[in-house]
Design a protein around this ligand. Structure first.
Ligand SMILES: [Zn+2]
Length: 253
């Protein structure tokens, strides 16, 4: 082992993570629970690297303690388990806001006219390739408490980060692992996006995935990524070709 690598491994071994929070991730998220022992070990290794590499800052006086940093780091590393930790490079800071700023979709039964659905624009985590990862702690807590909503703000924002890795802004077309065909990606995602937009234009309550995905191609990629990790069977039902390509993408091709 070269000296630099040896030194880094030594430093990594000393990085403290909150074992309880890390273990809780596997209890709360079926997708994490499905990881084999080697995958869990790699996730622990990546989580330590993330805690070592990234600076955490709390906005509005929020103290981002070790359990919170561990939770965020674990979830941020999940999407790159198959791609490699290097895919999280190029940016350095995580800013955590205390309050919710991804306004949730609200579904409620209207007395006469059936289901009313409303949501507001995403305010969280404008993600540029080199900019900080911006999150709301309250959004993350809600995501974990309400798994049926199929939302995870960390996975969502990391998807935007991966999407922006070709040096620009996120546009729904991330750099692909070797062996994947960008032409096929574009065709499949455009067809699914157009289909969802057409459904949402008529009646958004009939959208097979969160209609927020119809706001822009990059949101379609980020939202379908959330489904890939949180509810892959729903995505496979709605858009099987998207599900297949995302499975290849996140496993590294
Ligand atoms: Zn987004």
């Amino acid at each position: 082992m070269n000296p630099l690598r040896w030194w880094r491994q030594r430093r990594l071994a000393q990085v403290e993570l909150c074992g309880r929070t890390f273990a809780e991730g596997f209890e709360r998220l079926p997708g994490l629970a499905a990881l084999d022992p080697a995958g869990r070990e790699r996730l622990a290794d990546y989580t330590r690297q993330f805690l070592l590499d990234k600076a955490f800052a709390g906005a509005h006086g929020l103290e981002v303690d070790l359990p919170m940093r561990t939770r965020i780091a674990q979830l941020a590393c999940w999407p790159v388990l198959g791609l490699g930790y290097g895919e999280l490079g190029g940016w350095h800071e995580v800013i955590v806001y205390p309050g919710a700023f991804r306004a949730r979709r609200e579904r409620h039964e209207d007395d006469d006219s059936g289901v009313v659905t409303e949501w507001e624009e995403e305010l969280a985590g404008e993600s540029w390739d080199a900019g900080p990862l911006v999150l709301s702690w309250e959004d993350l807590e809600t995501d974990l408490a309400q798994p049926d909503d199929v939302m995870n703000v960390v996975v969502h924002e990391i998807a935007h980060k991966l999407d922006a890795r070709h040096g620009g802004v996120a546009d729904g077309g991330p750099p692909l692992p070797r062996g994947m065909d960008p032409g096929e990606w574009e065709r499949v995602f455009k067809a699914a996006y157009d289909d969802l937009c057409a459904i949402v234009d008529v009646d958004e309550t009939r959208a097979p995935i969160d209609p927020y995905a119809a706001t822009a191609p990059e949101e379609f990629f980020a939202v379908s990524s959330e489904y890939h990790f949180l509810a892959p069977e729903l995505l496979a039902d709605a858009y099987p070709d998207v599900a297949r390509l995302l499975a290849r993408f996140y496993s590294g091709g």
